[in-house]
Design a binder for this molecule. Structure first.
Ligand code: PLP
Length: 230
């Protein structure tokens, strides 16, 4: 418990410093504690130590954990790969879904949200860095996808998310973060009806300071808070 508390304090300090270093207000950056593969008890310690936003990657694991933590106050973010046939669970349990990269998935999310009278907040995942993973829309198709998703009644787009290739030196990843910020700015400038573009979800344990320097408003931090995963 005190380990987690210390870790959260250290990450919060580093986040605030990174924000001040580039003239930003730390309050505009949301720290999301990524709790995948960590037990509900561990996550409860994180919430008790002051975490208010949590990120999960695997639907089944997350559903069980969120139910177990029902009486705790927290905002839940789905940040893993989401298959359309699991959209229902994501819509039921999560405040934000960060990983929408196709019309097909968006349509299903909207359909499921409509059933429970919810407007689902989402981010569009952009495939920055051209690597292995198949998640996310290609940068040059991001605007088109945003326009298509904006047509769905029960979805509200709040920004963009990316997961660039791992770079040992966080400086090397900055061009990818900058690219996502540029796409966000372009879309934002269009003021599309029903589209908000206030969020940029980018940066993890080892590179969140670089992401903040490039405009991140949500950083997703696992290891630096909860320790190594099994
Ligand atoms: C696991 C994960 C994180 C957190 O990674 P750490 O390096 O442990 O901070 C952030 N974002 C996504 C999408 C993840 O899957």
């Amino acid at each position: 418990m005190s380990d987690i508390k210390d870790a959260i304090a250290a990450v919060t300090d580093k986040l605030a410093q990174a924000a001040r270093d580039c003239g930003r207000n730390p309050d505009e950056i949301t720290l999301i504690g990524v709790s995948k593969r960590k037990s509900a008890d561990v996550v409860a310690s994180g919430i008790d130590a002051g975490l208010t936003h949590l990120g999960e990657n695997y639907i089944q694991e997350a559903v069980e954990k969120i139910q177990a933590l029902e009486d705790k106050e927290a905002c839940w973010h789905f940040i893993g790969h989401l298959q359309s046939n699991k959209a229902r669970f994501a819509v039921q349990c999560f405040d934000y879904i960060h990983t929408v990269g196709s019309v097909k998935l968006a349509r299903e999310i909207s359909r499921q949200a409509e059933k429970i009278d919810k407007i689902q907040k989402i981010l569009v995942q952009v495939h920055i860095g051209g690597e292995d993973t198949k998640s996310g829309v290609a940068p040059e198709k991001a605007l088109e996808l945003v326009r298509e998703i904006a047509e769905f009644s029960n979805i509200q787009i709040h920004g963009l998310m990316c997961m660039p290739p791992y770079c040992t030196d966080p400086e090397d990843v900055r061009p990818y973060f900058r690219q996502l910020a540029g796409i966000r700015d372009e879309i934002k400038a269009l003021s599309l009806p029903g589209v908000q573009m206030e969020h940029l979800s980018m940066g993890m344990s080892h590179d969140f300071a670089a992401a903040i320097a490039e405009g991140a408003t949500m950083v997703r931090v696992g290891t630096a808070i909860f320790g190594e995963r099994q």
